[in-house]
Unconditional design. Structure first.
Lengths: 192, 253
């Protein structure tokens, strides 16, 4: 009897272990929704919401007030967008270019008027406390200034995804993408 | 054998709690690991969402709406902690690529350990060049109510404030000020989203959606339209130029 009873209890213990293991295992691979921002999502293939497609950089240049520059990424953009002229004033419109690059994947470039932006303001952003009361202290400080060509720019590195903006003349340049690292956006910025 | 017999040789009375606990742990593990099937497909590992915008030319300095807090159905993606959510917000896209934004609303979470329980939280959040510190929580929402949320700029600055009125009026309480965001104007929106396993829903109703122009005048949305609908399981219904609802149904908006 002792042997049978022992077996039954052993069986249940193993079962409980499996149950607990399933909890632990799925916990490791489970979703932590609280860690995921609820923000509007960027469409990396056509990033400008309500944007219109144009065939060339020259066509885009005609619709905006700042100087548009096509980066030397070694290929032409797969898509060029401009904010809809029927919805936005000329000084508000931006241009977006989408590239598919072998070593980088999807690379998005947004160029817009630099009005309102200065290096001093970028530095202020870089030094601004990010955490709000009650926010998770585990969130890393994501902004810092880095050298970009002959000036400096604002690097944003949130997790494994990075973006970089800088000012050149009257244009605000911004590189972003779904899988770009900090070193990649810095390398891409040098190719403008 | 002797040590084992001593280890397992308990009386029936002493054994019962162990047996009960073992069976409960097994059941809980299976329930959490294999949640039940329901109508909407699973969306674990990301989120499904849609936002509604007005054609206000990125000239908004404020956004406001009443947002229903329904009794969502949430189904765990498995594991422990927060395993499913449903989010409804009011906010502004500050750049048209959705890399910059500010929003306020509520989220309903499903939190699981041995069992699961759901709770609502008021939260605010912002994004700057693709980075966000995540949600900051400010209070609780009562199921079945329609609180009012508002995001508005501090005039002459790049600082944005968020407010709410739990009673659905305009007796707003300031929740937070988010400093030095990218822009001084944006495009007002309402958003609903979900993450979770099959059966998790994003039932929503945004009422009386307003935007504030640069002269300081609040106006009802007039040309509400849907964008960024990543959800094939929910029907996004335009009730009027300033009101929409979301419920289970086929197709995109």
């Amino acid at each position: 009897m002792l042997v049978k009873g022992t077996s039954a209890i052993r069986l249940l213990s193993v079962a409980s272990l499996i149950g607990c293991m399933s909890l632990i295992a799925t916990g490791c691979g489970g979703q932590q929704a609280e860690d995921r921002p609820a923000e509007p999502a960027t469409n990396w293939s056509a990033p400008l919401t309500d944007g219109v497609s144009v065939p060339t950089i020259i066509a885009a240049q005609r619709l905006v007030s700042f100087r548009v520059i096509s980066p030397s990424f070694g290929g032409t953009p797969s898509l060029i967008q401009v904010d809809d002229p029927n919805q936005m004033q000329v000084n508000q419109r931006s241009v977006a270019m989408v590239f598919r690059l072998p070593d980088y994947g999807t690379v998005d470039v947004r160029e817009s008027s630099a009005a309102g932006w200065t290096i001093e303001r970028e530095k202020q952003r870089a030094n601004e406390p990010v955490l709000q009361p009650g926010a998770s202290p585990a969130k890393a400080y994501p902004f810092k200034m880095v050298a970009v060509k002959t000036t400096s720019g604002l690097l944003s590195a949130s997790g494994e995804r990075a973006t970089l903006q800088w000012i050149d003349g009257n244009t605000l340049f911004y590189i972003f993408g779904p899988n770009l690292t900090a070193s990649q956006v810095e390398a891409l910025a040098e190719r403008f | 054998m002797a040590p084992q017999q001593r280890r397992w040789g308990m009386s029936g009375l002493r054994r019962f709690p162990l047996i009960f606990a073992s069976a409960f742990a097994l059941l809980a593990g299976v329930m959490v690991a294999f949640p039940g099937e329901a109508s909407a497909t699973s969306y674990c590992g990301g989120k499904e969402a849609g936002i509604w915008l007005d054609n206000n030319n990125y000239n908004s300095i404020g956004s406001q709406a009443g947002v229903l807090a329904p009794n969502h159905s949430l189904v765990s993606c498995g594991g422990s902690g927060v395993t499913a959510d449903s989010v409804n917000t009011v906010g502004l896209l500050l750049t048209s690529d959705a890399q910059n934004w500010v929003e306020v609303g509520y989220v309903k979470y499903l939190s699981c350990f041995i069992g699961c329980s759901a709770y609502y939280k008021v939260f605010g959040e912002w994004g700057f060049n693709g980075s966000s510190p995540g949600q900051t929580y400010y209070g609780n929402v009562t199921t079945g109510t329609v609180p009012t949320f508002k995001a508005v700029i501090v005039t002459g600055s790049y600082n944005w404030t968020i407010y709410w009125d739990p009673n659905g009026g305009t007796n707003f309480t300031l929740l937070a000020t988010y400093n030095n965001l990218c822009c001084q104007t944006g495009d007002a929106y309402g958003e609903a989203s979900r993450s979770g396993a099959s059966g998790t829903d994003i039932v929503d109703h945004h009422y009386n959606m307003y935007w504030k122009n640069t002269s300081g005048t609040w106006s009802l949305f007039s040309s509400l339209h849907c964008q960024n609908d990543t959800d094939a399981d929910y029907q996004w219904n335009r009730v009027s130029g300033y009101e929409f609802q979301v419920g289970a149904g086929p197709g995109y908006c």
